[in-house]
Design a protein around this ligand. Sequence first.
Ligand code: ZN
Length: 497
Amino acid sequence: MHTAAQELEFETVVGLEVHVELGTRSKIFCGCSTAPGAEPNTQTCPVCLGYPGVLPVLNEQALAYAIRAALALNCEIARFSKFDRKQYFYPDLPKGYQISQYDQPLAHSGWVEIEVGGETRRIGIVRVHLEEDAGKLLHAGGVVDSGASYVDFNRCGVPLIEIVSAPDIRSPEEARAYLEKLRAIMIYTGVSEARLEMGQMRADVNISVRPVGSTAFGTRTELKNLSSFRAVMRGIEYEARRQWEVIRAGGEVVQETRHFDEERGITLSLRGKEEAHDYRYFPEPDLPPVVLTDEQIEKIRAGLPELPDARKARYVTEYGLSAYDAGLIVRDKAVADFFEESVRQYAKGPAGAKTLANWVINELQRILADRGLELGQTPLTPAHLVGMLKLIDEGTISGKIGKEVFEAMVETGQEAAAIVKERGLVQVTDEAELAAIARQVIEANPKVVEDWRKGKAAAAQFLVGQVMKATRGRANPQLAGRLVRAALAEVTGVTNE
Ligand SMILES: [Zn+2]
């Protein structure tokens, strides 16, 4: 069947529901520890196990963290919100319901800005609400062929915020930028370490497609519990394409929850509790509503730290960094803190800050990415970097050797001076020594000398490169250049500029 849709370009529409575990020491409604890595079922009590007759009590720190996060997401905080019971049956939910917020959430109407391809876009935040996490199922063997499943209730009652975006996201790249921005904000505000690999941040993705130019929303499907940026991007990519193919073939997209199979890179229809979406919410009778005064909210607002966007703007005005470079530095708070402390120790103002930014972006972030490390997992300190830059400034080592020293500092945690000494990397600035090397190089390359004689100025560059090679990069490049040109002029009687 031929349909009009076959001729059209399509647009992807994505909304994200992101769960973030708050970094409180105890759970949201009881005093049990939230410390990760404990033996299964050792951090539980009658409250989080849902015994009859127990009373939950709201953890004030969890509430304060949730408000802090919501304010950082530019939300309005409700003066009155309440808890509800979301009823569903699941093996890791011993009470048979989850305490969450439904019709009156803690916060609403926020936004964050993302930048993709040089374009800044604002993504709306519909709501932020508080809820408790459920337990965890552990399957003996694979999920499909497992002979038994075990349940660990340690995670039951760990405080979560759910951040629901407006359907403002238009591509896998935007979804990634949005998630990275959320993660940075959680880390900057200190409400969560937001480690994806530990399940501290998880995303449900709502996806629909429509012809470009249409304003109506198509039927959406949901991918649940994606736990990496890569999975989110690939899931959106695949699912949008699949939906459009269904429509092009004259079919209809079915509203359903689908599972993203990371290994195969495809989505599969999931049948289960999510299909009905009828949770029979009702107000939680054991918890009083959350009533907040303006003073309480303003006090938390006043305690907000500098957030990534503000820090980026400051790097541009204070240090003269490009918005792009500043953005690369602030997206990881640990790296941004490292950069600022280096700037302070180097004490060379905006010029020094630019030099440091180049090292952080081109070397530090590259090394971390190559090795899959975070800054905190290396022994590198700002003093290391500053110590090395001083060696470059003094002419003890060249910038090129600096890169080798920098990599060694990240690996060993040794000071730059010690590495330079141990590996014999001190820059050769001895004129007589370099002049001798320049003459050897000229003798060994008669063809290049002939080019010079014919007026080819670039020939000198090649010979300087040979001097650098002969000294294993230790020659002072400016001095080597001057000596090579002088020697060429002497040998050929020709001066090229
Ligand atoms: Zn408990």
